[in-house]
Design a protein around this ligand. Sequence first.
Ligand code: G3P
Length: 195
Amino acid sequence: TLPLLLILVAGYLCGTIPFGLVLSKVFGYGDIRKIGSGNIGATNALRTGNKTLAALTLLGDLLKGTVPVLVGRHFAGETGAMIGGAGAFLGHLFPVWLGFKGGKGVATYIGILLGLAPIGVLTFAVAWLGTAFAFRFSSLAALVATVAVPIVYYLLGLHAVAGFVAVLSLIVWIKHHPNIRRLLAGTEGRIGAKG
Ligand code: G3P
Protein backbone atom coordinates (compact mmCIF):
# COMPACT_ATOMS: atom_id res chain seq x y z
CA THR A 1 0.00 0.00 0.00
CA LEU A 2 2.97 2.34 0.41
CA PRO A 3 3.34 2.86 -3.36
CA LEU A 4 -0.38 3.64 -3.65
CA LEU A 5 -0.12 6.25 -0.90
CA LEU A 6 2.92 7.76 -2.60
CA ILE A 7 1.08 7.81 -5.93
CA LEU A 8 -1.87 9.55 -4.26
CA VAL A 9 0.30 12.18 -2.59
CA ALA A 10 2.44 12.79 -5.72
CA GLY A 11 -0.76 13.06 -7.79
CA TYR A 12 -2.21 15.49 -5.26
CA LEU A 13 0.88 17.73 -5.36
CA CYS A 14 0.82 17.72 -9.16
CA GLY A 15 -2.87 18.66 -9.11
CA THR A 16 -2.27 21.61 -6.80
CA ILE A 17 -0.35 23.56 -9.49
CA PRO A 18 -2.86 26.38 -10.22
CA PHE A 19 -2.06 27.04 -13.88
CA GLY A 20 -4.89 29.57 -14.28
CA LEU A 21 -3.69 31.62 -11.33
CA VAL A 22 0.02 31.50 -12.23
CA LEU A 23 -0.49 32.14 -15.95
CA SER A 24 -2.95 35.00 -15.46
CA LYS A 25 -0.32 36.70 -13.27
CA VAL A 26 2.41 35.99 -15.84
CA PHE A 27 0.20 37.44 -18.60
CA GLY A 28 -0.33 40.60 -16.53
CA TYR A 29 -4.00 40.16 -15.57
CA GLY A 30 -3.32 39.91 -11.84
CA ASP A 31 -5.30 37.55 -9.64
CA ILE A 32 -7.80 35.56 -11.76
CA ARG A 33 -9.86 35.05 -8.59
CA LYS A 34 -10.87 38.73 -8.83
CA ILE A 35 -12.21 38.31 -12.38
CA GLY A 36 -15.59 36.98 -13.58
CA SER A 37 -16.74 33.94 -11.62
CA GLY A 38 -13.59 34.05 -9.48
CA ASN A 39 -12.72 30.50 -10.58
CA ILE A 40 -9.11 29.61 -11.45
CA GLY A 41 -10.00 27.59 -14.56
CA ALA A 42 -9.75 28.08 -18.31
CA THR A 43 -13.37 29.26 -18.68
CA ASN A 44 -12.72 32.16 -16.35
CA ALA A 45 -9.27 32.80 -17.88
CA LEU A 46 -11.14 33.36 -21.16
CA ARG A 47 -13.08 36.18 -19.46
CA THR A 48 -9.87 38.23 -19.63
CA GLY A 49 -10.40 38.11 -23.39
CA ASN A 50 -7.04 36.38 -23.88
CA LYS A 51 -7.54 33.09 -25.75
CA THR A 52 -3.88 32.06 -25.45
CA LEU A 53 -4.10 32.41 -21.67
CA ALA A 54 -7.29 30.31 -21.63
CA ALA A 55 -5.81 27.63 -23.92
CA LEU A 56 -2.61 27.34 -21.86
CA THR A 57 -4.67 27.13 -18.65
CA LEU A 58 -6.76 24.34 -20.18
CA LEU A 59 -3.65 22.50 -21.36
CA GLY A 60 -1.81 22.80 -18.03
CA ASP A 61 -4.80 21.81 -15.90
CA LEU A 62 -5.52 18.93 -18.30
CA LEU A 63 -1.99 17.48 -18.39
CA LYS A 64 -1.64 17.63 -14.62
CA GLY A 65 -4.45 15.03 -14.60
CA THR A 66 -2.91 12.86 -17.32
CA VAL A 67 0.65 12.62 -15.97
CA PRO A 68 -0.26 11.18 -12.51
CA VAL A 69 -2.52 8.58 -14.19
CA LEU A 70 0.34 7.42 -16.43
CA VAL A 71 2.88 7.46 -13.58
CA GLY A 72 0.42 5.61 -11.32
CA ARG A 73 -0.14 2.97 -13.98
CA HIS A 74 3.60 2.52 -14.49
CA PHE A 75 4.14 1.72 -10.80
CA ALA A 76 0.86 0.03 -9.79
CA GLY A 77 -1.25 -0.89 -12.82
CA GLU A 78 -4.87 0.19 -13.28
CA THR A 79 -5.44 0.75 -9.56
CA GLY A 80 -2.37 3.00 -9.51
CA ALA A 81 -3.71 4.88 -12.54
CA MET A 82 -6.98 5.66 -10.78
CA ILE A 83 -5.26 6.56 -7.50
CA GLY A 84 -2.91 8.94 -9.36
CA GLY A 85 -5.90 10.54 -11.11
CA ALA A 86 -7.83 10.82 -7.85
CA GLY A 87 -4.85 12.56 -6.24
CA ALA A 88 -4.53 15.05 -9.09
CA PHE A 89 -8.27 15.77 -9.04
CA LEU A 90 -8.27 16.39 -5.28
CA GLY A 91 -5.15 18.55 -5.64
CA HIS A 92 -6.83 20.76 -8.22
CA LEU A 93 -10.05 21.10 -6.23
CA PHE A 94 -8.46 21.45 -2.80
CA PRO A 95 -4.92 22.88 -3.17
CA VAL A 96 -3.14 23.32 0.14
CA TRP A 97 -1.36 26.43 -1.24
CA LEU A 98 -4.65 28.26 -1.87
CA GLY A 99 -6.30 27.52 1.45
CA PHE A 100 -7.88 24.42 -0.13
CA LYS A 101 -9.96 26.67 -2.42
CA GLY A 102 -9.21 25.36 -5.91
CA GLY A 103 -10.99 24.94 -9.21
CA LYS A 104 -14.00 23.01 -10.42
CA GLY A 105 -12.07 20.12 -11.93
CA VAL A 106 -13.27 20.04 -15.52
CA ALA A 107 -9.92 20.32 -17.35
CA THR A 108 -8.22 17.96 -14.93
CA TYR A 109 -11.13 15.54 -15.36
CA ILE A 110 -10.52 15.52 -19.13
CA GLY A 111 -6.81 14.90 -18.54
CA ILE A 112 -7.63 11.95 -16.28
CA LEU A 113 -9.90 10.51 -19.00
CA LEU A 114 -7.05 10.87 -21.48
CA GLY A 115 -4.78 8.81 -19.23
CA LEU A 116 -7.38 6.21 -18.25
CA ALA A 117 -9.18 5.50 -21.53
CA PRO A 118 -9.07 8.17 -24.29
CA ILE A 119 -12.49 7.27 -25.74
CA GLY A 120 -13.78 9.27 -22.76
CA VAL A 121 -12.14 12.41 -24.13
CA LEU A 122 -13.94 11.94 -27.45
CA THR A 123 -17.23 11.44 -25.58
CA PHE A 124 -16.55 14.52 -23.49
CA ALA A 125 -15.65 16.60 -26.54
CA VAL A 126 -18.80 15.64 -28.46
CA ALA A 127 -21.10 16.27 -25.48
CA TRP A 128 -19.33 19.48 -24.43
CA LEU A 129 -19.14 20.98 -27.92
CA GLY A 130 -22.73 20.03 -28.76
CA THR A 131 -24.07 21.60 -25.56
CA ALA A 132 -21.80 24.65 -25.75
CA PHE A 133 -22.73 25.25 -29.39
CA ALA A 134 -26.44 25.03 -28.58
CA PHE A 135 -26.51 27.02 -25.31
CA ARG A 136 -23.17 28.89 -24.97
CA PHE A 137 -22.69 27.98 -21.30
CA SER A 138 -19.34 26.34 -20.41
CA SER A 139 -20.72 25.13 -17.09
CA LEU A 140 -23.80 23.48 -18.62
CA ALA A 141 -21.62 21.83 -21.27
CA ALA A 142 -19.37 20.39 -18.54
CA LEU A 143 -22.39 19.18 -16.55
CA VAL A 144 -23.80 17.35 -19.59
CA ALA A 145 -20.42 15.92 -20.63
CA THR A 146 -19.65 14.58 -17.15
CA VAL A 147 -22.91 12.61 -17.23
CA ALA A 148 -22.25 11.25 -20.72
CA VAL A 149 -18.70 10.00 -20.04
CA PRO A 150 -19.36 7.40 -17.29
CA ILE A 151 -22.39 6.13 -19.21
CA VAL A 152 -20.33 5.57 -22.36
CA TYR A 153 -17.53 3.87 -20.41
CA TYR A 154 -20.11 1.61 -18.80
CA LEU A 155 -21.73 0.73 -22.12
CA LEU A 156 -18.29 -0.12 -23.53
CA GLY A 157 -17.73 -2.56 -20.67
CA LEU A 158 -15.14 -0.43 -18.84
CA HIS A 159 -17.00 -0.90 -15.58
CA ALA A 160 -14.25 -0.02 -13.08
CA VAL A 161 -13.32 3.14 -14.98
CA ALA A 162 -17.02 4.02 -15.30
CA GLY A 163 -17.53 3.72 -11.54
CA PHE A 164 -14.43 5.74 -10.74
CA VAL A 165 -15.25 8.48 -13.24
CA ALA A 166 -18.87 8.62 -12.01
CA VAL A 167 -17.55 9.64 -8.58
CA LEU A 168 -15.43 12.38 -10.19
CA SER A 169 -18.50 13.51 -12.16
CA LEU A 170 -20.53 13.76 -8.96
CA ILE A 171 -17.82 15.94 -7.42
CA VAL A 172 -17.75 18.16 -10.55
CA TRP A 173 -21.51 18.63 -10.17
CA ILE A 174 -21.17 19.49 -6.47
CA LYS A 175 -18.42 22.03 -7.29
CA HIS A 176 -20.71 23.61 -9.91
CA HIS A 177 -23.52 24.38 -7.48
CA PRO A 178 -23.08 28.17 -7.88
CA ASN A 179 -23.20 27.70 -11.68
CA ILE A 180 -26.30 25.50 -11.43
CA ARG A 181 -27.98 28.17 -9.32
CA ARG A 182 -27.03 30.85 -11.88
CA LEU A 183 -28.21 28.69 -14.78
CA LEU A 184 -31.60 28.20 -13.09
CA ALA A 185 -31.80 31.93 -12.28
CA GLY A 186 -30.84 32.87 -15.85
CA THR A 187 -27.78 34.82 -14.71
CA GLU A 188 -24.95 32.49 -15.83
CA GLY A 189 -22.34 34.13 -18.06
CA ARG A 190 -22.14 32.87 -21.61
CA ILE A 191 -18.97 31.78 -23.42
CA GLY A 192 -17.43 34.80 -25.10
CA ALA A 193 -18.84 37.31 -22.64
CA LYS A 194 -16.13 39.10 -20.70
CA GLY A 195 -16.10 39.10 -16.91
O1 G3P B 1 -14.89 24.39 -15.71
C1 G3P B 1 -15.53 25.36 -15.06
C2 G3P B 1 -16.68 25.80 -15.90
O2 G3P B 1 -17.54 24.73 -16.10
C3 G3P B 1 -17.35 26.94 -15.25
O3 G3P B 1 -16.41 27.93 -14.97
O4 G3P B 1 -15.71 30.22 -14.40
O5 G3P B 1 -17.99 29.81 -15.37
O6 G3P B 1 -17.51 29.08 -13.05
P1 G3P B 1 -16.94 29.33 -14.41
